[in-house]
Design a protein around this ligand. Structure first.
Ligand code: AMP
Length: 117
């Protein structure tokens, strides 16, 4: 879906608060932060989900993406105290934006992993 909000951010049609940009990845602050640190990391390629990315992305894209996520954690100061990565996919994952994104959350104790639906 080339009209999804992250595709528009990648095309420069919508502003974003960039934390890190690499050859194949972009990290920016979530517009509705759920923790003191809430950054989204997306690949620049049009991959919908983690499994899609893992299957079809090049090795260069995958290495870039994995390293970008680690770099954001270090730059934003959560590597020491800890953080959580979440990537929602599909209906059961309640994915809102159909472009792969990893949420990086930190800056406070995040509690248990899931609360009952
Ligand atoms: P998900 O439910 O995993 O698809 O998460 C989508 C995330 O994108 C939510 O946390 C939103 O707050 C965030 N979001 C939506 N629009 C924007 C935007 N324009 N800039 C930054 N984050 C956004």
């Amino acid at each position: 879906d080339p009209e999804n909000i992250f595709a528009k951010i990648l095309r420069g049609e919508i502003p974003n608060d960039t934390v890190l940009e690499t050859e194949h990845s972009l990290a920016f602050r979530d517009i509705r932060p759920q923790a003191p640190l809430h950054v989204l990391v997306i690949p620049k390629g049009a991959y919908v989900s983690y499994d899609h990315f893992a299957q079809e992305a090049s090795e260069a894209e995958i290495v870039d993406y994995v390293r970008a996520i680690g770099e954001v954690c270090r730059r934003e100061g959560v590597a020491g105290d800890g953080f959580r990565m979440i990537s929602n996919a599909g209906a059961h994952g309640v994915q809102e934006v159909p472009h792969l994104h990893v949420h990086i959350l930190g800056g406070r104790n995040l509690g248990r992993m899931l609360t009952p639906a």
